[in-house]
Design a protein around this ligand. Structure first.
Ligand SMILES: NC(=O)c1ccc[n+]([C@@H]2O[C@H](COP(=O)([O-])OP(=O)(O)OC[C@H]3O[C@@H](n4cnc5c(N)ncnc54)[C@H](OP(=O)(O)O)[C@@H]3O)[C@@H](O)[C@H]2O)c1
Length: 279
């Protein structure tokens, strides 16, 4: 039985992924920002797979302090994490800032996941087959201004979303170069009928069951055991935009992402080799 942490598993694709992984016999750490919504998902998972002790953790990814508290809680309470699925996401129609004064889309979709992942490496290392899965999107951007994304001069919701999804791929590819013995991949889940899609693009999209196919595959399949550093669509490797492959951009984003960490306590807990990245 694997222990699988899914950020944003209170709704949409994350919730469906949680249900399917529970159904296949695994234990889910349900992450959300709403205790009420998380409790409902836990009841669903408990009825699907009552054997596993599914658990709820609450943290608003709009806050670096809450990301730190979440990682501290997990380190205190868990022996290992086998799979980390960085799924939570938002689409913003207007410019808002996180608790740490970072544009909210980039803070929630990317930067909090960057921090959470680096803080959870010690727990992933305890697994025999550790996997990190990052949610990107087919609408990831064709370029990134790594200095502008945190406090954009001309905010555009669609641009901010696409930037955050390119950031997830750049992060995946750079992390893959630093890690050994933990795999990291990213994906586009399809165009799926969720509240995020409705917020950004209106109605439409396929079922959440369709959306869960690629994350479930990357979490469990033996075909991808040991496979790392790729972008997947419909369970297949796909080439992302050329910007995602630019090593210089990967390095610039990484270093800026470290610079944007507000708390020394977070930096103290990130292993040195992730702070002093060779460019
Ligand atoms: N839907 C698509 O067509 C599509 C396409 C490409 C990529 N994606 C990606 O798929 C992922 C899942 O999105 P979805 O479509 O399933 O959207 P969704 O149904 O809106 O679910 C998003 C999840 O993220 C959580 N979340 C949002 N803001 C949060 C915050 N500040 N702190 C903690 N959790 C937060 C939500 O919590 P609440 O339940 O409290 O809202 C929810 O659990 C996202 O990364 C999205 O970019 C989706």
């Amino acid at each position: 039985m694997k222990t699988i942490l899914i950020t944003g598993s209170t709704d949409g694709i994350g919730r469906e992924t949680a249900k399917e992984l529970a159904d296949k016999g695994h234990r889910i750490i349900i992450h959300g920002r709403s205790q009420t919504k998380a409790q409902k998902v836990k009841e669903e998972l408990d009825s699907i797979n009552p054997e596993a002790e599914h658990k709820i953790v609450i943290a608003d990814l709009n806050s670096q302090q809450q990301v730190l508290d979440l990682s501290n809680q997990l380190k205190d309470e868990e022996a290992k994490i086998d799979v980390l699925i960085n799924n939570a996401g938002i689409y913003q129609n207007s410019l808002e800032f996180s608790e740490d004064q970072i544009e909210k889309t980039i803070a929630v979709n990317y930067h909090s996941h960057f921090i959470l992942t680096l803080l959870l490496i010690p727990l992933l290392k305890e697994s025999a087959d550790p996997r990190i899965i990052n949610f990107s999107s087919m609408v990831h951007a064709h370029n990134l201004n790594v200095d502008n994304i945190w406090d954009p001069i001309n905010f555009n919701g669609s641009q901010a979303y696409s930037d955050s999804k390119l950031a997830m791929i750049l992060f995946t590819f750079k992390l893959d170069k630093i890690l050994d013995n933990i795999t990291v991949n990213c994906l586009h889940p399809g165009v799926i009928n969720t509240k995020l899609l409705r917020q950004g693009w209106g109605a439409g999209g396929s079922s959440v069951e369709k959306g869960a196919e690629t994350p479930v595959y990357l979490a469990l399949s033996d075909e991808v055991r040991g496979e790392s550093g790729s972008y997947y669509v419909k369970k297949r490797k796909k080439k992302p935009t050329s910007a995602a492959l630019r090593q210089e951009l990967q390095d610039q984003l990484w270093n800026k992402s470290i610079e944007m960490i507000k708390y020394q306590e977070i930096l103290n807990k990130i292993p040195d080799r992730f702070l002093e990245v060779q460019t």
